[in-house]
Design a protein around this ligand. Structure first.
Ligand code: FPP
Length: 243
């Protein structure tokens, strides 16, 4: 796990994860359909990705659609999937220009076949990029991700490829969708709620949490800077003592 250094100047977290909450409330306040809030939210994602890159953040992970979000009205689910479809189709040129490497985390097997194809295409076409790593969580749930990882490990054990005592915290991390990506240093949640909602529950064991009242569609580089400023006032001890 990479950890931010503890020098006096501003520490930029290597990995920032964001629960982008409040699209619906943002729209309702303006008398607009919830889907307009999601569309505005998608624009903000693109801007914040650029801002994060400019600030030197190495990995950005956003929660776009949870395993629980299927319970929303069919029209809203469809609108969200269409936004993601559009993103996968239109973002390649931008990713190439900005050297962004995209990875979708979550159970992709439950997504429509065309969306799975677009995701596979975007991941493959950006795999060689060396700039910011952009993870988009779609049909993602932390418990689901851990369950899938445990199944993979159990299958290896059943096949005699590994012994149970060889299973370690690292081998579990390596079996998650985020394999190879350092754990988030900072988890941001917008729009007032203070819970993790099943997002990166294994990976955020030692992450700093930052909650803001700002709704996601209103989130700007200034909000990101404020979150990083708060992060800089935290003392990370990873279970150890104050140095
Ligand atoms: C939470 O707001 C937000 C979501 C469930 C969806 C987030 C998705 C996007 C911002 C679009 C993703 C696009 C890309 C390109 C990654 P909410 O609907 O729960 O808001 P509410 O709590 O105010 O009702």
């Amino acid at each position: 796990m990479e950890q931010g250094d503890n020098s006096q100047e501003t520490r930029i977290p290597a990995h920032v994860a964001i629960i982008m909450d409040g699209n619906g409330r943002w729209a309702k306040k303006r008398g607009l359909p919830r889907t307009v809030g999601h569309a505005q939210g998608a624009k903000v994602v693109e801007q914040i990705l650029e801002d994060a890159d400019d600030m030197g953040i190495k990995y950005l992970t956003v929660y776009a659609f949870s395993t629980e979000n299927w319970a929303r009205p069919a029209t809203e689910v469809k609108a969200l999937m269409n936004l993601l479809r559009t993103y996968m189709k239109t973002s390649l040129a931008k990713c190439a220009k900005n050297n962004v490497r995209v990875r979708v985390i979550g159970d992709k097997s439950k997504l429509d076949a065309d969306l799975q194809d677009s995701i596979a295409g975007l991941e493959a076409d950006t795999a060689g990029n060396t700039g910011i790593g952009f993870q988009i969580a779609i049909n993602y749930g932390g418990r689901d991700e851990i369950t899938r990882a445990v199944r993979k490990i159990a299958a290896k054990a059943a096949a005699g490829e590994i012994r149970p005592e060889e299973i370690t915290s690292e081998s579990i991390s390596d079996s998650l969708d985020t394999a190879g990506i350092p754990d988030p240093d900072l988890l941001i949640r917008t729009c007032g709620e203070q819970r993790t909602s099943n997002f990166l529950i294994w990976q955020c064991a030692y992450s700093e949490f930052y909650f803001t009242q700002t709704a996601w569609p209103d989130f700007t580089k200034k909000d990101l800077e404020e979150a990083i400023d708060a992060y800089n006032h935290r003392e990370r001890r990873y279970g150890g003592l104050i140095r």
